[in-house]
Design a protein around this ligand. Structure first.
Ligand SMILES: CC(C)(COP(=O)(O)OP(=O)(O)OC[C@H]1O[C@@H](n2cnc3c(N)ncnc32)[C@H](O)[C@@H]1OP(=O)(O)O)[C@@H](O)C(=O)NCCC(=O)NCCS
Length: 165
């Protein structure tokens, strides 16, 4: 089925929260452990950084959201990102498609680098990001706890070179 992408809008937040909660429940993607409501994530759309959704047959099946990396002015062009695909829709290229859309929007916003941290064991995310051209910078050991277990994360970065002068 064809996949379309566009910037996220407030009515998408319910579907986005559902997709995010699947990832939270699975304990594979994030240190967050509590279910999120629409209210919890609506600030994503007010940060000034791009958030995109992927749709199949009119339904939101994935999102890629970026946020300011730091309040320091020198880092204003660095975006942190998260990407989540609906459980039933994974493994068919939608994560890649929605990340490509986020990178395109990030370029338009003057963002010069996208960064994130990925659990070392999150093989599908690491593979997808490597395929997209992300570089694995290194590993933060025991970066935080999830369910009282210390976890290592891989730092990833993608340079959007044309925005660097
Ligand atoms: C990670 C995620 C966003 C990827 O989206 P997706 O639509 O499933 O990814 P794609 O189909 O575009 O690509 C996935 C790649 O990983 C590979 N892959 C899938 N499962 C894998 C596994 N268990 N081990 C290794 N590689 C795997 C696929 O083969 C594909 O690579 P290929 O194109 O070279 O074959 C999605 O699986 C997801 O939402 N996971 C839960 C939330 C999450 O982990 N988010 C990332 C937080 S950093």
């Amino acid at each position: 089925m064809p996949v379309e992408t566009r910037n996220a809008e407030f009515p998408d937040l319910g579907a986005m929260a559902n997709i995010y909660n699947q990832g939270i429940e699975e304990r594979i993607a994030t240190f967050e452990s509590d279910e999120k409501s629409t209210k919890d994530i609506e600030h994503w759309l007010n940060s000034g950084f791009p958030v995109v959704v992927a749709l199949q047959d009119g339904e939101v099946v994935a999102f890629a959201a970026s946020f300011p990396y730091s309040a320091r002015v020198c880092y204003r062009g660095i975006g942190e990102f998260s990407v989540y695909v609906n459980r039933e829709s994974r493994g068919s290229g939608i994560g890649t498609t929605v990340m490509e859309a986020l990178i395109r929007e990030a370029k338009k916003h003057g963002i010069w680098k996208l960064v994130s941290r990925v659990f070392v064991e999150n093989a599908s995310s690491r593979k997808m990001l490597r395929n997209l051209g992300f570089r694995e910078v290194g590993i933060y050991e025991k970066h935080a706890q999830l369910d009282k277990v210390w976890k290592d994360v891989v730092i990833v970065e993608y340079l959007i070179l044309e925005n660097i002068n």
